[in-house]
Design a protein around this ligand. Sequence first.
Ligand SMILES: Cc1ncc(COP(=O)(O)O)c(C=O)c1O
Length: 486
Amino acid sequence: MSLRTCSRRLGAVLQTQRTVLPPTSRRRYASAAVAASNLPAGLKDAIDSDAHLSNPDPQSDSQTARLVDAQSPYMVPTYVRPPPMFQQGEGCYLWDVENRQYLDFTAGIAVNSLGHSDPEIAKILYQQAQTLVHASNLYHNPWTGALSQLLVEKTREAGGFNAGKVFICNSGSEANEAALKFARKHGRSVQPDGSKFEVVSFHGSFHGRTMGSLSLTPNPKYQKPFSPMLPGCKYAIYNDIDSINELITENTCGVIIEPIQGEGGVNVATPEFLLALRKRCTSVGAVLIHDEIQCGLSRTGKLWAHCDLPTSAHPDILTTAKALGNGFPIGATLVTDEVSSKIVTGDHGTTFGGNPLGCRVAHHILSRLSDPELQTAVLKKETRFREHMSRLRQRFPSIVQEVRGRGLILGLQLSADPTPVVTAARERGLLVITCGTNTLRFVPPLVVSEAEIDEGMGILEQALVAVFEEPGVVEGTRGQQEMEER
Ligand SMILES: Cc1ncc(COP(=O)(O)O)c(C=O)c1O
């Protein structure tokens, strides 16, 4: 049994008895507790059940902690991470350096849609690495164009927007930077006096960390240390038609929206709102950008989330990344021919973007992710998740409030801090992350099986029991979403 776990249990009990002890004393008491025979029955049961945790977090004297302590002094502290260190993956599972197995419902934040260490992807990476990794965008290669063509063809085939051309880059933020520049250039071509430069985005959105994409991400906590933001960025209210009519004006060159907000809490834009947004953009001559970096590439059961919408709601630009490389860094900005007609040589560029290695692997991944069978399976799996979630709502009516999302981007809205659930689930072998305010986020590999969904949701149930039936015992896990509200 984990000494640390006992310490937590006993600490919680002592706390409810209003006894405050320094952490070292708690640890000493904890070791005594293991042997004590006169503990309250509930506590004994709790200690006993924790003894069966499959994956208790590595403790401060573990091999993992030693490794983390040795390495972290060299890393800029941009992230706070939970204790385990992952070193291997296969399918929907990860293994840490202590060889403990975790079912992964995070897929590297909606990245590993085809699972970890996919053998075909590994083979392609190996073959192409032996053939040509990079030669520069100053020269032609067979794969940048092939991937661009496939993105256009698959988008049209899937009933998506009228994509004509593609710019390939290395990440989501970069795809949004390109979209932003293209919108500005488009605005300047429509209004050469330079007055059409404003960009509207939405509260609750997340578009990335670079200065442009951060300027479109209205979270004061993350913008303030780096202010001033890009001039002309305005923030409207998601799903609020009045707010768009007010903020989107003749001075607006572009509007960017996630059809489903990922980091913001798995908030789904209504079709009426997206239609109104398109209409307003058209009426003022602003380009409409859909950021499908998290929700795209069949995560909703359609190639793109906007494929469900009538063409009168379709965007002019679409950004994608994440699952496009299944972990290999790559992003893309898809534009209509009309938008592309405003871009000339030298307007934008990248050293690594479009390299043959990334493009060949993304070409393969896109072929597989656009398979209708996979998309149908995603919807079936959504149903399975939702059945479990409904059951959890019934079992924890005051805690589990709402299920949001589409396909395999789902959010479970809790009435309380979900971070202890993240910890409790991890210590039982399941990885989940949070988003928005008190939302648990489920973005598993799209290849997750129904048996794995059952397994994971079973673990989640145990985690909810551990957290909410013995409040205060399990500590929260910080840093499990890109943008934290609190
Ligand atoms: C919707 C959305 N846009 C943009 C980004 C930024 O992508 P990246 O981290 O690859 O720069 C993210 C990342 O989480 C995202 O979810």
